[in-house]
Design a protein around this ligand. Structure first.
Ligand code: SF4
Length: 694
């Protein structure tokens, strides 16, 4: 089914699924892919791949793909196919009409971590330069925005500190809220290899992920903490480091702000932060917390890897800062084998954030209020830029419900399915006068759209992705765009139709502009990427071939900054009506909401999402394995089938979110990270009861 003939030629390109960024040789017959072969020289994957990248590319030719632009007067009208010219002209005139009627700030846009750096850069340029405001956000809002905040505060920039090769020199791996063998399989394999060679593993996760115990790998400590208690446990780990004299004082004096360290050390040393004090709250034995802290602090090179189990909490940013503190206090930063490494779920989360698609930051994480930075962009773009931060995604939806935000351009993102509190998202979208969705399929958000612009897959365009280790890699066009335009060309056309002068003949010219405006990309060009295969930013005069490990001689902000991280319980509470805590995650064969992988052969490996429930909780409720159950929370309810397992602790249930029928976000709350509004997907109080199915 997968192979359709012998290849005639091949093109090297980069996987469009997870943040590992595997490179592949796309073997072609005419304009059709015959097979995807993992590229042996790929620096992120070294000839390996997982079932997603290797087999799940067929969605590009799926019959449900929309290939012609469509418009409709209102969302209860049928779609009407139109020419590209009409669709672009209609989009531009609607956005201009709305701004004339409701003001400059009444429209905005959302870009995607699935798109290339160049496409993301153009969307934020269109919004800042063409719309005249900073109402731009990215789907990183709902995953790694706390990484951006937390690492910027402590280290001065928002990025993983290490390259993937670094894991080969790690002696102790502290894995927090991440499941690499499912979500980042190729890097998960490298981690597994290092563990088989003898490195020690500590896992902080409410669920017993595979790495806790598998053939030839066993975690030294699994701390199955109660969802929502990350900060309490990390502060308790720090308490042990400080009170048992395990801090690396030499490193801290040399590299960090000593006064801030002392304030922080006094804070964590308080007995209320001891493992004994928080053991009951976290549901983890105090002696395991003590032993894990000792191992991380004294076991040699200690490396921290984390995922969305850290960020998608009301204290997501605080958790990232607690992690950064721990690494600094133990001197585990600034050399190979150590560091703090967010594992990015989507292929270009790192890049989307780097490119300035946040409402408060221009590319390279520079605040929009900075006069000097703004002037640099203004002189190149020939427009005045707003110095006030714009609206984040949830604020755009709130403003729409309030009747003051009326138009939205959504590139490559299904906010109705991905964002929390589905009813509120729907109400916000329904209140707008012009929603423009640019995507491959008629997704759930498109139900509320007035214009649909058919996007292009990664196989149909040129550009770059930046993976979780800051590695910038080429995406190469292997076939013509099936809809006639690559995504960057669509954004360009909208800008021109709105009277904002943008001209590029090829994405390489967009990268040249990114390099001219962004110090950490100053040395990046397509010629260099083609010659070197890839480079890791910062790539500039000081580091012309890039930077595998960051913060070697000093932190980006100068001295490392310790931040006091007070644990604050989430407002989401269990009680008699909703006594269990729901948390969520991914599975190997599927990707996010499944829009692509469900439209490939991979669907046979994971036909539905199941609700994992502990045997004790199942028995109490009379639930049998495989039986349909109703999952209800204060926000809503959905149905799925039960999977009885001791992977989850009593009191905790777990599901994946790959199938639209599951509607996990009907259940999740609207609580979010205090600093970034990243939704608290990982903690929802629920009840589970037998049902007859949906
Ligand atoms: Fe590699 Fe991730 Fe793609 Fe799998 S999904 S092939 S691990 S980039």
């Amino acid at each position: 089914v997968i192979e359709i003939g012998q290849p005639e030629h091949s093109v090297i390109t980069t996987c469009a699924y997870c943040g590992v960024g595997c490179t592949f040789k796309a073997e072609m017959r005419g304009n059709e892919v015959v097979r995807m072969v993992p590229w042996k020289d790929g620096k992120a994957n070294r000839g390996h791949s997982c079932v997603k990248g290797r087999f799940a590319w067929g969605y590009a030719s799926h019959k449900e793909r929309i290939l012609n632009p469509m418009i409709r007067e209102s969302i209860d009208q049928p779609w009407r196919e139109v020419s590209w010219e009409e669709a672009i002209a209609h989009t531009a005139s609607e956005f201009k009409r709305i701004q004339a009627k409701y003001g400059r700030l009444s429209i905005g846009g959302i870009t995607s971590s699935r798109c290339t750096n160049e496409e993301t850069f153009l969307v934020q340029k269109l919004i800042r330069g063409g719309f005249g405001n900073n109402n731009v956000d990215t789907c990183a809002r709902v995953c790694h925005s706390p990484t951006g905040y937390g690492l910027s505060q402590t280290y001065g920039t928002s990025a993983g500190t290490q390259d993937f090769d670094s894991v080969e020199q790690s002696d102790v791996i502290l894995l927090i809220g991440a499941n690499p063998t499912d979500a980042h399989p190729v890097f998960g394999s490298r981690m597994k290899k290092r563990l088989r060679e003898g490195a020690k593993l500590i896992v902080l996760d409410p669920r017993r992920i595979d790495l806790v115990r598998m053939p030839h790998v066993e975690a030294s400590y699994h701390l199955p903490l109660r969802p929502g208690t990350n900060v309490a446990v990390l502060t308790a780990l720090a308490h042990v480091v400080v009170t048992e004299g395990l801090a690396d004082e030499h490193f801290v004096r040399e590299r960090c702000d000593w006064d801030e360290f002392q304030d922080w050390a006094a804070f964590v040393a308080d007995p209320r932060h001891s493992p004994e004090a928080i053991a009951e709250l976290a549901g983890v034995p105090a002696e395991d917390i003590r032993a894990a802290a000792r191992l991380y602090a004294t076991g040699g090179n200690g490396a921290i890897y984390y995922g969305l189990g850290v960020t998608e909490h009301s204290q997501g940013s605080t958790t990232v800062m607690a992690i950064a503190n721990l690494a600094m206090a133990t001197g585990n930063i600034g050399r190979p084998g150590v560091g703090v490494n967010p594992l990015r779920g989507q292929n270009n989360v790192q890049g989307a954030c780097d490119m300035g698609s946040f409402p408060h930051e221009l590319s390279g994480y520079r605040h929009v209020s900075g006069d000097e930075t703004r002037q640099l962009f203004e002189s190149l773009w020939g427009v005045s830029l707003d110095s006030e931060p714009g609206l984040r995604i949830p604020n755009m939806l709130d403003a729409a419900v309030d009747g003051v935000f009326k138009g939205l351009y959504v590139q490559g993102e299904d906010i109705l399915q991905s964002d929390p509190d589905t009813k509120h998202v729907a109400a916000g979208l329904a209140a707008m006068e012009c929603v423009v969705v640019q995507d491959l399929f008629l997704n759930e958000t498109a139900n509320y759209a007035h214009v649909f612009l058919p996007g292009s897959t990664f196989l149909e365009k040129d550009g770059t992705f930046t993976n979780a280790e800051r590695r910038i890699q080429r995406v190469r066009k292997v076939m013509p765009s099936k809809s006639g335009k690559a995504d960057w060309e669509i954004t360009l056309d909208i800008a021109q139709a709105m009277g904002f002068d943008m001209h590029y003949a090829h994405p390489s010219e967009i990268m040249d502009e990114i390099a001219a405006l962004t110090p950490s990309f100053a040395g990046v060009s397509y010629a260099k990427l083609d010659a070197e295969g890839s480079v890791q930013w910062p790539c500039n005069e000081k580091a012309p071939l890039g930077t595998p490990v960051m913060h070697i001689d000093g932190f980006v902000r100068g001295k490392g900054r310790f931040m006091v991280t007070e644990y604050v319980a989430t407002d989401e509470r269990t009680g008699p009506r909703f006594p269990l805590l729901l948390t969520t995650g991914r599975i190997l064969s599927q990707y996010n909401v499944g829009a692509q992988t469900r439209r490939t052969e991979n669907v046979v490996w994971h036909g539905e999402d199941r609700l994992e429930i502990h045997p004790h909780d199942a028995e109490q409720r009379g639930i049998q394995d495989g039986q349909w159950v109703k999952l209800a929370s204060r926000s809503g309810e959905t149905s799925l089938r039960a999977l009885i397992t001791e992977r989850v602790a009593p009191g905790v249930v777990y599901t994946t979110f790959h199938h639209p029928g599951t509607q996990a976000n009907v259940v999740t709350t609207d609580f979010s990270d205090w600093a970034t509004n990243c939704p608290e997907y990982k903690v929802t109080a629920v009840q589970v009861m037998p049902s007859n199915g949906p």
